[in-house]
Write a new protein. Structure first.
Length: 131
């Protein structure tokens, strides 16, 4: 019985660890890749492999963002297919530029209410000293 319980716990922990979010990168859509998104920007896209979205690019794609402090937002502007990758063009904004932003956003990519995949990406924003 102990061996069976230990095996079940091991399998469960493996399953939980493999279900974690994928690390994503940002791009300008022209081949330049960035480690993260920058606040006060609307020219970056998040690269998401189409394989992570069942190989399709749904018309009703939306995002749900978590992990950022209140006042920092990521909104989806448009979506483009580039080869086997979906480019999710976003606007990153914050209410208070006197506060440093150095966080990891967890972004659920959704079609309707169904989460297709979740990606993690750093979000950076410097302090505006003139504020």
């Amino acid at each position: 019985m102990k061996k069976l319980l230990l095996t079940a716990i091991t399998l469960l922990s493996f399953t939980v660890s493999t279900a974690s979010a994928t690390r994503a990168y940002a791009t300008d859509g022209n081949g330049m890749q960035y480690e993260g998104l920058y606040t006060e920007s609307s020219w970056l896209a998040i690269e998401v492999p189409l394989t992570a979205m069942n190989g399709t690019l749904p018309d009703d794609l939306t995002i749900a963002v978590s992990g950022l402090r209140d006042g920092t937002t990521i909104t989806l502007d448009s979506v483009e297919r580039q080869g086997d990758t979906a480019l999710l063009y976003v606007t990153v904004a914050r209410d208070d530029t006197s506060v440093l932003v150095n966080e990891v956003a967890s972004i659920a990519v959704k079609s309707g209410e169904q989460v297709l995949t979740t990606v993690n990406i750093p979000v950076y924003g410097g302090v505006d000293m003139g504020n």
